[in-house]
Write a protein that binds this ligand. Structure first.
Ligand SMILES: NC(=O)c1ccc[n+]([C@@H]2O[C@H](COP(=O)([O-])OP(=O)(O)OC[C@H]3O[C@@H](n4cnc5c(N)ncnc54)[C@H](OP(=O)(O)O)[C@@H]3O)[C@@H](O)[C@H]2O)c1
Length: 306
């Protein structure tokens, strides 16, 4: 048994690091509700798809390709429909927005789950560093494009990471280096993208003030998934060996996002960062409202050019 499992009963509602997605959604009836979920075909996304569907939700399952999304739905026998959404391709994200609008369903929640981590060498698309483009900008286009479909008390959940603390220490977001050309480090760039995810949720929560809509960010824990595909072999080996004892399982990893997306106790919580199923502290950059607003403006400007 994983050591994490001992921390099941801690904190909010008795949930903690060891809780699973099934446990945090037990007794919650999601029939009639619709969630849009990115990265539905792997790791935490696939488990989230399975569990939301298990509780009765209709899931609009987004993956890089229609085929991947369809296979994901089939593999967990989920109720929902598939959409293609290649987050690093703005045209694909905009097509996804149109396709979701075309289905005519209102959205009870949007879970921005997809992501890539620690690309060893600088990769760019549309002149932008790929982790920032995929993890943040793609989701920014998706969510801002779908806000009109969000129900009155709709929830947006954005997957960040404790790695947001690895963002550039001095500035948090290097607005003058979003291309990565003036210096690149794999983990710093991942940290910056995950800080952007966190700040996006905060800035969105600000825009939701005075409504019943919420936006929150999540750190799922450390879980061995395909996310580690770009990590060096030593780190991968260490995770493989220590994983069963020290890391979360995929069902435990998917718990926090499922809790924030569905539990009634957090229906009015907004602008918060959750880890291990509970509110958690962020880095100082993560709590910087001015930085969040600057990021929003910079994202709008960047998106306008794409
Ligand atoms: N696992 C952890 O320890 C951990 C820790 C902190 C935060 N997180 C966050 O949790 C989220 C889920 O990660 P995971 O561990 O479940 O990783 P995963 O198994 O690698 O799943 C990532 C998902 O994102 C999708 N994706 C990647 N690039 C995409 C793109 N350009 N367009 C559309 N979809 C794309 C992947 O699709 P393909 O399969 O087609 O590549 C996959 O479905 C990520 O945001 C990650 O940053 C994870």
């Amino acid at each position: 048994m994983s050591l994490i499992s001992f921390f099941k009963g801690k904190g909010l509602n008795g949930f903690g690091a060891g809780s699973t997605a099934e446990q945090v959604t037990e007794g919650i009836d999601l029939s009639g509700k619709t969630f849009l979920l990115t990265g539905c075909n792997s790791g935490l996304g696939l488990e989230t798809l399975r569990v939301l569907s298990l509780r009765g939700a209709h899931v609009i399952a987004a993956a890089r390709t229609q085929e991947k999304a369809e296979n994901a739905l089939l593999s967990v026998k989920a109720d929902g429909h598939a959409v293609a959404c290649e987050l690093s391709n703005p045209a694909s994200v905009r097509e996804c927005v149109q396709s979701v609008e075309g289905h005519g369903r209102k959205l009870d929640g949007i879970i921005c789950n997809a992501g890539i981590m620690a690309l060893p060498k600088l990769q760019q698309k549309h002149g932008t560093e790929l982790q920032f483009l995929t993890n943040h900008i793609g989701h920014f286009i998706l969510v801002t494009g779908l806000l009109d479909l969000l129900v009155e008390n709709g929830r947006v959940v954005v997957l960040s990471s404790s790695a947001h603390k690895m963002a550039p220490k001095d500035v948090g977001i290097e607005f003058d280096n979003l291309s990565g050309e003036r210096g690149y480090s794999s983990w710093r760039a991942y940290g910056q993208a995950k800080l952007a995810n966190l700040l996006f949720a905060e800035a969105l929560a600000k825009r939701f003030e005075g409504t019943d809509k919420t936006a929150n960010a999540v750190h799922p824990g450390v879980i061995r998934t395909n996310l580690g595909r770009h990590m060096n072999p030593v780190m991968n080996f260490t995770m493989a060996v220590s994983g069963p004892l020290f890391l979360k399982s995929v069902p435990q990893g998917a718990a926090t996002q499922c809790l924030v997306a569905t539990r009634p106790e957090v229906a009015t919580t907004s602008g918060e960062y959750f880890a291990d199923c509970n509110p958690a502290p962020t880095s100082s950059h993560g709590a910087d409202a001015e930085l969040a607003e600057r990021l929003w403006t910079a994202s709008e400007e960047l998106v306008a050019k794409l």
